[in-house]
Design a protein around this ligand. Structure first.
Ligand code: DQA
Length: 289
């Protein structure tokens, strides 16, 4: 199983009793249990570490740099001034997500500065323990994109590239309950391959439904609550939210369509990752045409 490091910096050992109005009521162990449950669904083995000492955190990163595929770090106050930690993160070449329990941008000005931000893929703050799960998704998105790029490099076949994309996304994101690719054929979108419950919508006219709208408007559409969107073509009562990302190079080849049983499941980092993957597919398809 792929291993990801979860690091907690100084004073986070006191979670539960430390300013609960800011950091919440969960203890560090309870936070780690939540992360472990989520990581298990993503088929990730988490390795946890907390220290109040800068050098120990850096040593831990060095020791585990080769066995891990990524890292999620809440560096605590080290975030705001530790250049040594920043250098360590930069040295080891692992994809890293910076996370915080509290919203550091709505607190004292010194907390709004992060010296590690630009060596991390993203900064996620203010969501309590959920920040770590989103951080894991950011790291998985980076790794998934690399895997897709490798699959694209190893094949000359567009079908294989589409299948690799669907497979990677369905495997790594438990909240993605239905993942599929639709391809443009004339005035219609035709389902190419998907993983999830069978869909009655194998052909969708461009302009119809959320799928058809994304191609007609040439942009990503995120629908936080499908039942509140009149465009939604119902195919499953369980679907609560949806994201559709056009695969657009010199022309629109198709789209990546994802449904979730969780309301409001799709966030900025989902959109970034999916748009990057769609771009990789489109570049490959442009070159093949
Ligand atoms: C923190 C925010 C930091 O400013 C603070 O020093 C912490 C915790 C957070 O999780 O909100 O120790 O990283």
């Amino acid at each position: 199983m792929r291993r990801i490091l979860f690091l907690h910096g100084p004073n986070l050992n006191l979670l539960g009793e430390r300013e609960p109005e800011i950091y919440g009521h969960l203890t560090l162990q309870q936070v780690n249990e939540k992360i472990a449950a989520f990581a298990a669904k993503c088929k990730i083995e988490p390795l946890f570490f907390q220290s109040n000492h800068e050098g120990q955190i850096i040593d831990f990163i060095h020791t585990h740099r080769r066995e891990a595929v990524g890292m999620v770090i809440n560096a605590g106050a080290f975030t705001h001034y530790s250049y040594a930690l920043r250098d360590a993160l930069e040295s080891v070449q692992l994809p890293v997500a910076e996370v915080h329990l509290s919203d550091i941008h709505r607190r004292e000005t010194f907390r709004q500065i992060s010296v590690i931000r630009d060596v991390c893929l993203a900064q996620i703050s203010g969501l309590g323990a959920e920040s770590y799960c989103r951080g894991l998704e950011v790291v998985l998105g980076f790794l998934g994109r690399k895997e897709l790029q490798q699959a694209i490099n190893e094949t000359a076949n567009a079908d294989e590239a589409y299948r690799a994309c669907v497979k990677i996304l369905k495997r790594d994101f438990p909240k993605y309950n239905w993942v599929g690719i639709y391809l443009v054929e004339g005035n219609e979108l035709v389902v190419h391959n998907y993983i999830g419950a069978p869909t009655p919508h194998t052909r969708i006219p461009i302009g119809q439904g959320i799928c058809g709208a994304a191609v007609a408007e040439e942009e990503t559409i995120i629908v936080a609550d499908v039942n509140a969107d009149p465009r939604y073509l119902a195919c499953s009562l369980e679907t609560k939210s949806e994201i559709v990302v056009p695969i657009q190079g010199r022309r629109i080849y198709g789209e990546i369509d994802i449904d979730s049983h969780t309301p409001n499941a799709f966030h900025e980092h989902d959109q970034n990752m999916l748009e990057n993957m769609a771009k990789d597919l489109a570049e490959f398809l442009d070159a093949a045409e």
